[in-house]
Structures are given as structure tokens and as C-alpha cells.
Design a protein around this ligand. Sequence first.
Ligand SMILES: *Cc1c(COP(=O)(O)O)cnc(C)c1O
Length: 429
Amino acid sequence: MGREYGKETICIQSGWKPKNGEPRVLPIYQSTTFKYETSEQMGRLFDLEESGFFYTRLQNPTNEFVAQKICELEGGVAAMLTSSGQAANYYAVFNICEAGGHVVMSSTVYGGTFNLLTVTMKKMGIECTVVDPDASEEELNGAFRENTKCVLAETIANPALVVLDIEKFARAAHSHQVPLIVDNTFATPINCRPFEWGADIVTHSTTKYMDGHGICVGGAIVDSGNFDWGKYPDKYPGLCAPDESYHGITYTERFGKMAYITKATSQLMRDLGSIQSPQNAFLLNLGLETLHLRVPRHCENALKVAAYLEKNDKVAWVNYPGLEGNKYYELARKYMPEGTCGVISFGLKGGRAAASKMMDHLQLAAIVTHVADARTCVLHPASHTHRQMSDEQLVEAGVAPDLIRLSVGIENADDIIADLEQALEAVDG
Ligand SMILES: *Cc1c(COP(=O)(O)O)cnc(C)c1O
């Protein structure tokens, strides 16, 4: 095949590649199960001696083709879809970190991820040390322990909009012989490919820009194939020692660079079952076909809106990493030269009360829990998504109590600004 395609071509053409006479568009394989000619062949599939489909909880062709597209966009070697972004981060960590293990995690990760690691996985015997993403390398190194299995962080944190110094985190992870897992939901592979900067595994909430239309909850995990699990057999027995639930298969020996995703599919998905439905995967694929067009437009609109807000008298502060003078502007230019994301956060001089009033006056921008889709929407994390967190945790997570999260859509930018303007007029100066 010689030529490596650009991301635009991958968005449109990758994944499903029809053979002669087959449907041009990715079909929905709406079937739980798959038929074989001989009992022996089915047996070989169950033994993972042959690859193929047998039950949709483990693998489904529609899902596979969509996972392949995401894999190619990220420049990985293997990928899988999950039912949600939550499931993706859970599987990505749990695949290599069991009871007795320890995770180093950035403090500014998405609220759901924060709870997953510090509350729910803690109950499973997995410990987590939370680190400031802006910590020095020395401080970062101090967070690691003998039993640390991975590092978890977000390219652009939701909703703190902290840009991760991916190289710094990768260096710290690798100097402790563990992989760096990066949740790339907000940047998307259109703006940043974390593998190029040293990340080993990427996760996604496909619910956001990848879907892009606010229609399906979903997730994905992509492996770069770069982390050499086999070098640390004592640290990663799940990958490097025989799996008794699979007739003693050793994933690293049998599957090489595919070991991590193969284990996550054939063991975690088998036992925990957080699959994406093929219908949803089909819709996700439609979203992916325009990802390369939508993401730049989101960024262009967000920059215009951020610049407008910055100049408005009633606005106390604006946080958008694409804005010159922002704390993360330089990091954003390095890792995402073409743009960051469509999400902005800001606070009003009138604080919490003014935020509620302004939000109630918005007409175009809707108050919804969701972010990162075609329609402009707005949320007050302290009263909504991050409601379970204490004020102290909020500050640690980079979410000021007065923070308004504005997800700028791909409508006409002037219309979005006019809507904000009339809503701000309703707020007392
Ligand atoms: C939304 C989100 C998640 C959780 O994804 P769901 O699809 O809602 O389960 C995880 N990480 C980030 C960065 C997110 O924005």
C-alpha cells in the first residue's frame, strides 16, 4: 500500500473496506452470534487459536471496523470499543492493574474518572495517588511506588482545560517501567496523537466529538503496541503469565503487540460485558466520517467566543488554552498546533448566582450535562457533573465553584456570541 493516508482520508475510508459486490457502507451486523461449518472450527475460536466472530459480547464485525478506524486515526496497533468512556478507562486500567496495584493519576481528570479510581476501584483493592499535572518531574517521580502499574491523565482535562505535558508524564512513567494511559477525548486524534509524544495507551469517550451529535454513549481503547509488557513479567502477570481461564494462554507470547487488547477483549469483555451495541458503533462511524471537518470548526468558533468573553465587562475570567496568554497556551501550541477543543470555561464577576441567571437566559445554548457535540451547550459543573465533590476536591480538580463550562458548537459563531451577549445583559453588572 505504499502511501500512508492523511487523517481526512482515514476518517472517511478506513475500517470497513468492501470486497466485490459487498455493501459500500459499513453494515450493521445485528446478530448476537455467528455460524460455523464444523464444531472443531468453533472450538478453535474459543481457544483463541483462530480469530473470528462467535458472540457479540466478545467481538462484532461492525464494532471491529469502527475500532480499526479509531486505531488508525491514533496510529495504534490494536483497538476495541466499549459501551462508554467510563468503561474504556476502567478496562484500560484494570487490564494491567489488579487488587494490590497502584495508579498515578492527574488530579484534573474528568469527574467520573476521578470517582472511578479514587472510590470504586479503591473498593477493588487498587490504590491511586493523585498528582498535580503541573508538578515538576521530581514531584511526579515521588508519586510512584513499587506496586505502581500505570499513569493516567487527559490530553486536555475536562472541564479544567489543563493541557498535559505528555512528554513529561511519559518520561516519569517510563522511568518507573510503567505505561502512560492518556484519555484523548477532548483533543481527538485530529488535534493530537498522544502516541507521537510517548503515550502508550489512549482511551476515548466517543460520546463526545467522535460521535459529535450527542446520540450514543460509547468508548474506545487504543494500544500503541510500544510498551514491552514482556520485559516486566512480575509486574504484569495478567499479560505475561498463563491465563487459566483460557487454557493457560500467555497473552504476550501468543499475541505479541496485540496482547493488551486481546486480553481486554477476551478476558475483561468476556467477564464484565460492557460492549457497545453494533447500532451505536454504526452511528459512531457516521460521526467519525466528519470528525476532521467538525473539530477545526469547533476550535475556530471557540476561539472567537473566548476572545469575545475576555472583552466582556461582566466576565471575571476566561480559560481557553487556545487563547494567547492562557497558562497552557505554549503547551497547547506544542502538542496541538492546529487547535485544542471547542470547550471553554469562564466565570462571572457576579459568581455563582450570576452564572445561574445567565444560563437561564440563554436561548441557543442549552443547559445539558453533555459536552463536545455539534450544538452549543453550557453547564455549571459545581452544581451538576461535579456535585459529589467537596470544595477542596473541586479546587484540586481545577474546577472553580463559579466555573461555567461552555461547549461551543458548530453553529454560526456570531449567533453564539449574540446569544451570550443577550444573556449577559440580563446579569447585573
Ligand atoms: C465524558 C468523559 C468520560 C466518560 O465518558 P462516558 O462516555 O460519559 O462514559 C471520560 N473521560 C472524559 C475526558 C470525558 O469527557
